[in-house]
Design a protein around this ligand. Structure first.
Ligand code: NAX
Length: 327
């Protein structure tokens, strides 16, 4: 058996946390041979609820669960962690503007970035789930000057999985028949789900569906799936978000399948003409714990326009939070 790794989860008493922790402890994220020590961070008023989650985790008697640290102090939560899933965030309240939302989240992700900088392992893999995820990841990254900027990523894997599911349903295939799906940009309604490079059982996806369906049904359905879930369930996506977070980390840590890629929001290096530095959804392959952007894809005018629109939104979000960056 391998020696245990430390996995931090923030917002651990929330609904995504409840759908996430038990699967991490069961080995779904890092493998059935990888023991984990869970580091759970919550705000002080949620500590009693978190204690209930800890009791349940213990009651599962998971063979791979090697320990639990439950705390309201980020400096304790991020001590020596190998992985950090930043789920806890400030939701948008009634009448709250995007500026207020970014500000409120800055107050969470700037200190968490500093605590990761001070205490996490130097090769920590950070996934930000809490919204606005891409820009929250940027805030944390910019407050962690001693860590490699590439340690910080945000989640577009739920959008990726939603796109796989929609395309599979439309083409009468299974999600496992689809390769090379891409989500470009921001985890917001400007995200661009791109099927131009995707194949279904080896056939180009664009030859199996018509352009009107792609433009008028597929893209808006994927972009607005979160709102549809809230309307149907009376609560935002939780189990599917947790599952996507597990997929994101597993791909990053254990690698992607040959001949396929996944979507991860990562610091832009300027590839595909995107503003360097913003945390942008790209097609990536992963190997030996490192991700690489898939290069050389042909981008047509339809895609270019949408990739630039979501880039623009991310640049605007960045402009709104730059005062929160450590100098
Ligand atoms: P909940 O409100 O159920 O849970 C959030 C938890 O975070 C709460 O228990 C709260 O006490 C805790 N928290 C707040 N501030 C904290 C801090 N500073 N440190 C530690 N914990 C803190 O929300 P949930 O449904 O779990 O969603 C969590 C976040 O995920 C939200 O921001 C949500 O918008 C976002 N989502 C992101 C998705 C994505 O694809 N990137 C999809 C699902 C989800 O909407």
């Amino acid at each position: 058996m391998k020696s245990p790794v430390r996995v931090a989860v923030t917002g651990a008493a929330g609904q995504i946390g409840y759908a996430l922790l038990f699967r991490i402890a069961a080995g779904d994220m890092l493998g059935k041979d990888q023991p984990v020590i869970l580091h759970l961070l919550e705000i002080t008023p949620a500590l009693p609820a978190l204690n209930g989650v800890v009791m349940e985790l213990n009651d599962c008697a998971f063979p791979l669960l090697a320990g639990i640290v439950a705390t309201d102090d980020p400096n304790v939560a991020f001590k020596d962690v190998d992985y950090a899933l930043l789920v806890g965030a400030r939701p948008r309240g009634p009448g709250m503007e995007r500026k207020d939302l970014l500000e409120a989240n800055g107050a969470i992700f700037a200190p968490q970035g500093k605590a990761l900088n001070a205490h996490a392992r130097r090769d920590v893999k950070v996934l930000v789930v809490g919204n606005p995820a891409n820009t929250n990841a940027l805030i944390a990254q910019q407050n962690a000057p001693d860590l490699d900027p590439r340690c910080f990523t945000a989640m577009v894997r739920l959008d990726h999985n939603r796109a796989l599911s929609q395309l599979a349903e439309k083409t009468g295939a299974h999600v496992t028949d689809i390769r090379k799906m891409t989500i470009w940009g921001n985890h917001s309604s400007t995200q661009y789900p791109d099927i131009h490079h995707a194949t279904v059982k080896g056939t180009a996806a664009t030859s199996l569906v018509d352009q009107a369906w792609y433009r008028d049904s597929f893209i808006p359905t994927v972009q607005q799936r979160g709102a549809a879930i809230i309307k149907a369930r009376g609560a935002s996506s939780a189990a599917s978000a947790a599952s996507a977070a597990i997929d994101h980390m597993r791909s990053w840590a254990l690698g992607t399948e040959p001949g396929d890629w996944v979507s991860m929001a990562i610091p832009s290096d300027g590839s595909y003409g995107i503003a360097p530095g913003v945390i942008y959804g790209y097609p990536v392959t992963c190997k030996n714990g490192k991700y690489e952007i898939v290069q050389g894809l042909e981008i047509n005018a339809f895609s270019r326009e949408r990739m630039d629109a979501t880039d623009k939104e991310l640049r605007e979000e960045r402009a709104g939070v730059e005062h929160l960056f450590a100098r």
